[in-house]
Design a protein around this ligand. Sequence first.
Ligand SMILES: NC(=O)c1ccc[n+]([C@@H]2O[C@H](COP(=O)([O-])OP(=O)(O)OC[C@H]3O[C@@H](n4cnc5c(N)ncnc54)[C@H](O)[C@@H]3O)[C@@H](O)[C@H]2O)c1
Length: 344
Amino acid sequence: MTNPATHSTAPLRVAVIGLGWWGKTIAHYLKSARNMALNAVTDLNTDTGAAFAQSIGAPFFQSLQDVLASPNVDAVILCTPHTLHAAQIVQVAQAGKHVFCEKPLTLNRADALAAIEAVQSRGLALGVGHERRFEPPVMAAMQLIQSGALGTPLQMEANFSQDKFLQLASDNWRLSAAEAPAGPMTATGIHLLDLSIGVFGPAQSVYASVKQLGSPLINGDTLAILATYQRGGHALISAILATPFVGRFAVYGSKGWVEVRDKTHPEQSTGWTMTTCIRGEEPVIQEFPPHPAVLSNLEAFADAALGIAPYPVPHEQMVANISALEAVIRSTQSGAVEQVVSGS
Ligand SMILES: NC(=O)c1ccc[n+]([C@@H]2O[C@H](COP(=O)([O-])OP(=O)(O)OC[C@H]3O[C@@H](n4cnc5c(N)ncnc54)[C@H](O)[C@@H]3O)[C@@H](O)[C@H]2O)c1
C-alpha cells in the first residue's frame, strides 16, 4: 500500500523490536541501507538490549510502547516471538507507523486478515521477512515462470534445512509447540510455502507430516508437505532441523525446469547456482554472486512506506501463505489432508 502524497527522499526512520539472533542481524544490515535510518531499538531484556544498542550507536528504548510514542520513528521492524506478531502489528498500525514483520506474519488466517486490515485501513505499508523472494536467482526463476518460458508450471520441489537449532537450549521459545507449530515449519518451511504461493497462487489442500527422527528437538525435526493449488500444480516441501544447511528451489514446467541451489545459509549469502533446462536445449548453469536479500526486502518495504514503489508481495499472497500455514498445522495434528480456507 503506497501513498504518493508521502513521497520523500529522506530516509525512513525505523526501529527494531527484539534484539535476538535476527533483530541483531537486521540492525547490522540497516547500517548499509540506501533508504532507512535506524532511530530506535528495544528488547524485553533491557541489559543486553542496551549494550547492543550502544555497540551499534542506536538509541535504546525501554519498550515497544515507548518506541511508538517517539516522533522520530516512522516504521517498526518486528523481530519478536511468533505468538506476539499479530497483536504487535495491530498495535504498531494503531500508532500510525508502518510495519515490517518477521515471518510468519501471524500463526492463523484470522489474525493475518486483522493485521492486514489494521495497516490497510490506515494507508500504512506492510512488509514480511520472506527474503528468499528477493534473492536474484529466485527472482530470475520467477520471471522465467511468469514469462511462460517454462510452459505451464507443474510442480515445485523445495528444501530449506539447517541444524542451527541444535545449539538452542531445550526451553528456547523457538522449540516450543505453541511458538513453532509443525516443528520446522515456522523456521524454514514457511519461506518455501511463501515461494509456492508466488509460483502457483493460493493453495487448495495440504498434507503435512512432522516427526522427531534425528535430534533431541521434541517438537519435531523433519517436516514433509505435499500441497495442491487452486490453479493446479503441486509443491513438495522439505524442512529439516537435524541435517546441515541445504537450500534448493526447483520448478518443473511443461516446456522446461529451473533449479536454484544456495551455497550457504541466507544469513550470510555466498551466492547461488541456477540451472535452467528448456526442452530440446542443453541445460544452462549460471552462477550468482552473493547478494544481501534480507536488506533488499527491507529496502523494498521502505520504498513502499516512503510512497516510492509498491511492496512487491501483495497482501492477498500474505494471507494465502498464512491460510496455507494454518492448514499445514492442522494436517500435522490430524494426519489427514486439510483444505485451505480461502475467500474473504
Ligand atoms: N527471515 C529470516 O530468515 C529469519 C531468520 C531468523 C529468525 N527470523 C524471525 O525473527 C523473529 C525473531 O527470531 P529470533 O531467532 O531472532 O529469536 P530470538 O529469541 O533470538 O530473539 C527474539 C528477541 O525478542 C525479544 N522480545 C520478546 N518479546 C519482546 C517484546 N514484547 N518487546 C521487545 N522485545 C521482545 C526477546 O527478548 C529476544 O531478544 C522470528 O519471527 C523468527 O522467525 C527470521
